[in-house]
Design a protein around this ligand. Structure first.
Ligand code: COA
Length: 372
C-alpha cells in the first residue's frame, strides 16, 4: 500500500465512482448528456427522470412520472402544522431542513426496493417544492395554495407561491435554473449525502445532510449572498468602487470561483445570457451594468470567473422572488441529484472513512483530577 497523501479540502482526490454526472473538458454532463443540450431540449421533469431513473423518459414514462409527482404534492397535515408553528425569522433553508426531516415520519413509501427508493426520491422532489411554497405563503400571512394539475414542476412551484399561474417566461426561466442546479457530481452537499448514505442510513437523513451542507455561503448559499452584495449598489460606479476595495483587501466575492471550473462555469454563461435578456425586457438594464462592474475586474485582474450562483441570484431577483427563497430553490432541484447519488451509493457501497493528520498534543499521561 502506498503512503497516504494529504490534500486539504480533498482537492484533486477521487473519492468514488459515479455514472450520474461528470465535468468533461469543462462541460457538465448528466448521464452523458451535455447540460447545454439538456437546457435547450428538455424540461426539468425530464432531467429529474434522467437522474433518478437513469434515462430520459419516453412520452408514456414522462406522463407517468408527472402523475406520480403530482400524487405526492400534498404535505402531511402534521408537516403543514409544523410550518405554521415555526417563527418568521429563521432562514427558509433551516425551515426546509426541519420540515424535510419531519416529513420523513410520514413517508408514504414503506420499503427499500430499488423501485421504492426511486419513488421515495420523487416523493421528496414533490414535497420539497410544496414546503418551500408553503413557507413563502406563511411568511406573507397567507394560506398555502393547493397544487393544480397539469402544471410543470417549475410552474407549480410559482403557482403555489403566488396563487396565480405564472407567465410562460417566468416558468421557463425557473425550469432552466432547476435543470442547471440538478446535479454536479461530487460537490460538497452531494458528498455529504453520500457519506451519510455510505453508513446505510436512510434517504431522508441523507437529503437533510445535503440541505445543511448546501446552505453554506461557499456552496448553494452563494446565490443569496451574491444578490445581497449586488443589492448594496445603486449604480455601476458604486459597484466599481466596492470591488476595487475588495480586491485590494483580498476579500472573497460571492458567486465567483469554483473548485472544478478554473476557466469559467458553463452553467453561469447559459444563465447569464438569459439574465441579460430578462433585465432588458424588464427595463432594468442598470442591473446588467452593476453585474458587469463586478464581473469584469474579477475576470481581468483576478482571473476568477462567475459560477452559476452569480447570474442565478439576479435572475431570481428580476423574477421578484425574495432572496431567502434562492437557496431553497437550489434544493428543489439538487434533491434529484442527491437521491440519484444516494441510490448509487447504497447499491454499490463502501463506508467513507478517511484518515486525518493529527495536530494535537503528543501522547501524555492523564493527571489525577486534583493536579489538573
Ligand atoms: N473571491 C475572491 N477570491 C477568490 C474567490 C472569490 N470568490 N474564489 C477563489 N478566490 C481566490 C482564493 O482566495 C485563492 O487565492 P490565493 O491563492 O491568493 O489564496 C484562489 O482564488 C484559489 O481559490 P481557492 O480558495 O483555492 O478555491 P477553492 O477551490 O478552495 O474554493 C470556492 C472554491 C467556490 C469555495 C471559492 O471560489 C469561493 O469561496 N467562492 C465564493 C463562494 C461561492 O460563490 N460559492 C459557490 C460555488 S458554486
Amino acid at each position: 500500500m502506498t503512503a497516504p497523501t494529504y490534500s486539504p479540502g480533498l482537492e484533486g482526490v477521487i473519492a468514488g465512482e459515479t455514472a450520474i454526472g461528470c465535468v468533461d473538458q469543462g462541460q457538465l454532463l448528466y448521464r452523458g448528456y451535455p447540460i447545454q443540450e439538456l437546457a435547450e431540449k428538455t424540461t426539468f421533469e425530464e432531467v429529474a427522470h434522467l437522474l433518478i431513473y437513469g434515462e430520459l423518459p419516453k412520452p408514456a414514462e414522462l406522463s407517468q412520472f408527472r402523475r406520480t409527482l403530482f400524487s405526492f404534492r400534498q404535505l402531511a397535515p402534521q408537516v403543514l402544522q409544523a410550518l405554521r408553528l415555526i417563527p418568521t425569522d429563521p432562514p427558509m433553508m433551516d425551515v426546509l431542513r426541519t420540515c424535510v426531516s419531519m416529513s420523513g415520519h410520514f413517508d408514504p413509501v414503506k420499503d427499500d426496493s430499488p423501485d421504492d427508493l426511486r419513488r421515495r426520491a420523487v416523493w421528496l422532489l414533490a414535497g420539497i417544492s410544496t414546503i418551500v411554497a408553503a413557507r413563502y405563503r406563511f411568511l406573507q400571512h397567507k394560506e398555502p395554495v393547493e397544487p393544480k394539475e397539469g402544471l410543470s414542476h417549475a410552474a407549480q412551484l410559482l403557482y403555489q407561491c403566488h396563487g396565480t399561474e405564472p407567465d410562460q417566461q417566468s416558468a421557463k426561466l425557473i425550469d432552466l435554473t432547476l435543470i442547471l442546479y440538478a446535479e454536479h457530481e461530487f460537490n460538497a452537499s452531494t458528498f455529504a449525502n453520500r457519506i451519510c448514505a455510505s453508513t446505510l442510513s436512510d434517504m431522508v437523513s441523507c437529503v437533510v445532510c445535503g440541505i445543511g451542507t448546501l446552505k453554506g455561503p461557499l456552496h448553494g448559499g452563494a446565490n443569496e449572498e451574491a444578490m445581497k452584495m449586488l443589492k448594496q449598489f445603486k449604480t455601476a460606479d458604486d459597484a466599481r468602487k466596492w470591488i476595487r476595495n475588495a480586491l485590494t483587501k483580498g476579500e472573497k466575492v460571492m458567486g465567483f470561483g469554483h473548485r472544478v471550473y478554473k476557466h469559467g462555469d458553463h452553467r453561469a454563461r447559459i444563465l447569464e445570457d438569459e439574465m441579460r435578456k430578462l433585465a432588458k425586457q424588464k427595463h432594468q438594464e442598470h442591473w446588467i451594468e452593476i453585474y458587469d462592474a463586478i464581473k469584469i475586474p474579477m475576470e481581468q485582474e483576478k482571473k476568477i470567473f462567475p459560477n452559476v450562483d452569480y447570474p442565478c441570484g439576479l435572475v431570481y431577483y428580476l423574477l421578484d422572488l425574495p432572496i431567502d427563497i434562492y437557496t431553497p430553490l437550489f434544493v428543489a432541484a439538487r434533491v434529484t441529484g442527491w437521491c440519484a447519488h444516494y441510490i448509487e451509493q447504497v447499491t454499490n457501497n463502501r463506508i467513507y472513512r478517511p484518515l486525518s493528520v493529527y495536530t494535537g498534543p503528543p501522547r501524555r499521561p492523564v493527571p489525577p483530577i486534583n493536579q489538573r
